[in-house]
Design a protein around this ligand. Structure first.
Ligand code: NAP
Length: 321
């Protein structure tokens, strides 16, 4: 039985992830972590969560803390702390601001919870996953990000709707950046076990429209209700359950790759990975040439920003010996 901690538990995604994770049978304790000063709020979240347990028959313990030392003993730490993008901010500005938060926590988590897996959710998630990996001192299989898992689920639902089939009949993946340069893998998409491109009706599928829907989904939800909550919350719980249940599922997450996709690597980015109790292992794959080219572009984009962020963080450290 496991302890799962949520760093950023006062936030919208963190709160719903806590509820969703509480339903996982392998979870003994959920710990809600928030910044010092957030104690009354954390207590409220804990009490609300506990109130839900009688209805669902859940038996987990709920604890809350603003002392990072209490993360000790965690099996999985879900990281949702960070600032959202402000109108005047570029993605890179946001990346730097959140990288400072993530790097600071990652160093502490590496010392306090050396056994814990880190599941990064904070955006830009691919870059934050790499920052957490480097600053926590953990191994690549121990740090991963939500990546394109939710994007893949959105594509799966859109294809199921377009073909009027049950969503469980569709298998598909989006790899690359959790962002504009994401790459749908039509070569790895099947409906009822049949390669989608072998279905005559594939020629009538509005691919551009579907991908526009997938890419803009998060933004549209944020514009209409302020934030995406249930989609990411359930996606987070799926990943936590896959690890704790040693399920060996292959899900598309942000993970550090060396050369698994056509020798492209040295970056944290969305790729299919086998996930079990020992961690997250990218699966070597071969994809179609246009998909390789798009993936290469996505990797270069993320690698460049990541390197820029690392060089600024290191300069910052030099200023403050
Ligand atoms: P939110 O409601 O604004 O919550 C942000 C959380 O971060 C709060 O707990 C907040 O604590 C904490 N925080 C902010 N600044 C902090 C700092 N300097 N140090 C420590 N904690 C700090 O945001 P949200 O909607 O939950 O989203 C959280 C993150 O997840 C965002 O980065 C968002 O972009 C990302 N996200 C990613 C995906 C994905 O698919 N990868 C999907 C959805 C969301 P206070 O309450 O104390 O301010």
């Amino acid at each position: 039985m496991a302890k799962v901690a949520i760093v950023g538990a006062t936030g919208r995604v963190g709160q719903y992830a806590a509820l969703s994770i509480s339903r996982i049978p392998y979870v003994r304790e959920i710990q809600l972590y928030g910044r010092p000063g957030s104690e009354p709020f954390l207590e409220g979240v804990a009490r609300d969560l506990i109130d839900s347990f009688a209805a669902t028959g859940t038996d987990s313990l709920v604890s809350w803390s603003s002392d990072i030392a209490d993360l000790k003993g965690s099996d999985v730490i879900v990281f949702t702390a960070g600032v959202p993008r402000r109108p005047e901010q570029s993605r890179n500005d946001l990346a730097l601001e959140n990288a400072r938060i993530v790097s600071d926590f990652a160093v502490k988590i590496g010392n306090i919870a050396p056994e814990a897996f880190i599941l990064m959710v904070t955006n830009p998630v691919d870059i934050m996953t790499h920052v957490a990996l480097r600053y926590s001192g953990k191994k690549p299989n121990e740090v991963f990000g939500l990546g394109t898992h939710l994007d893949s689920m959105r594509l799966k639902a859109a294809i199921a709707s377009s073909f009027k089939v049950h969503v469980s009949e569709v298998h598909t993946r989006i790899i690359g950046e959790h962002g504009d340069s994401m790459v749908p893998l039509w070569s790895a998409t099947t409906i009822g076990g049949i390669q989608i491109t072998n279905l005559p009706s594939f020629t009538r599928v509005p691919i551009e429209e579907i991908m526009h829907h997938v890419k803009s989904s998060g933004q549209q939800i944020i514009a209409s209700k302020g934030s995406t909550v249930w989609g990411p919350g359930e996606a987070i719980a799926t990943l936590v359950r896959t690890i704790l249940g040693n399920e060996n599922r292959i899900l598309t997450v942000s993970a550090f790759i060396k050369a698994e996709v056509h020798n492209i690597g040295d970056v944290c980015i969305g790729v299919p990975a086998r996930i079990n109790r020992k961690g997250v292992y990218p699966v070597p794959i071969r994809i179609e040439p246009p998909e390789v080219r798009s993936f290469q572009q996505s990797v270069e984009k993320i690698r460049n920003i990541t390197q820029e962020i690392f060089s600024i963080l290191q300069d910052g450290e030099k200023d403050f010996p």
